[in-house]
Design a protein around this ligand. Sequence first.
Ligand code: IPM
Ligand code: MN
Length: 365
Amino acid sequence: MKTIHLAVFPADGIGPEVIAASRQVLRKLEQLHAGVRFECREFDWSSAYYHQTGAMMPPDGLQQLEAGGFDAILMGPVGSPTIPDHITLWGLLLAIRQGFDQYVNLRPMRLLPGVASPLRNAAQHPINMVCVRENSEGEYAGVGGRVHQGKAREVALQTTVFTRSITERVMRFAFDYAQQHGHQLVTNVTKSNSMQYNMVFWDEVFEQVAAQYPAQATDQQLVDSMTARMVSQPETVELFVASNLFGDILSDLGAALTGSMGLAPSANLNPERQYPSLFQAIHGSAFSLVGKNVANPIASIWSVQLMLAFLGETELAAQLMVAIETVLREQRVRTPDLGGRNSTTDMTEAVCQALEAASAPARPR
Ligand code: IPM
Ligand code: MN
């Protein structure tokens, strides 16, 4: 019996609904596979917790999480209309990304059969892209300050920080991942035409790491024209590596191109597994949908799938992906974001049913 220890954060907005859906899928996996157990410890750190305590997590929150010996963290969206976003995000999600050295944010963007893309010609252009986003520094380093607030001479600085060690590690991750998953082309997303220090440095590190992978084809794209390429020629994009902010923006574009924000998953990885990695849908807390049982749980469930793959549960990950693909392809059950009228619960049950079929041992002929 293998036990996987999970820290689970329902967090904000529709988070409790999509996390409950994800936990239902975990229970179904346990039923279908006698050899694996998911031991979940739920944490109530969230915007509601902030309203009670004045902080998003206890002062020793990261230590508590580290001491818990968790294999991974499963988190709902963070953010509330009643608290400024930079307070909630720096108080929880961004603190964990930095504190746990989760320097890769892996975001697959794949248009699955049965899902409509807003691109007219999507049928001729398969969309299957992977974003490897630097996740712990860059534009989100959290370095800066403000002086003379409210005065005419006010100054606000948000300093972008790139370090060689992290830049190198994220590039190496991108190349290794491309190699392992058979991506023919690795694209460096940059803006070195205008940013002559950090982005020229970024390109240099990319070239240096690329030289260690001579068989890997690469190209380079300025981030502004990358948006156009992703829309006009998405079939030419396979795996790209981008800075924190650029990757953030491009992955929302990718999510929209692949049908719905309600589908897009993410993995905040500490690839060395020195700290637990964090898995989360990339959508927001969507307060307008709260309590209506209409949120699409797939983004969170697909994040669970990324978690299983990262933890080396290859078979479970493969079966869960088949289940997600089956539900979307069949289109019998669709939440409103996909043009249907089904509920979060319907969608979750459909995934669980498809999982039963995907896990059934092949019948002897
Ligand atoms: C994401 C989110 C976060 C980010 C926000 C909520 C800070 O948009 O995971 O993409 O910008 O990284
Ligand atoms: Mn984002």
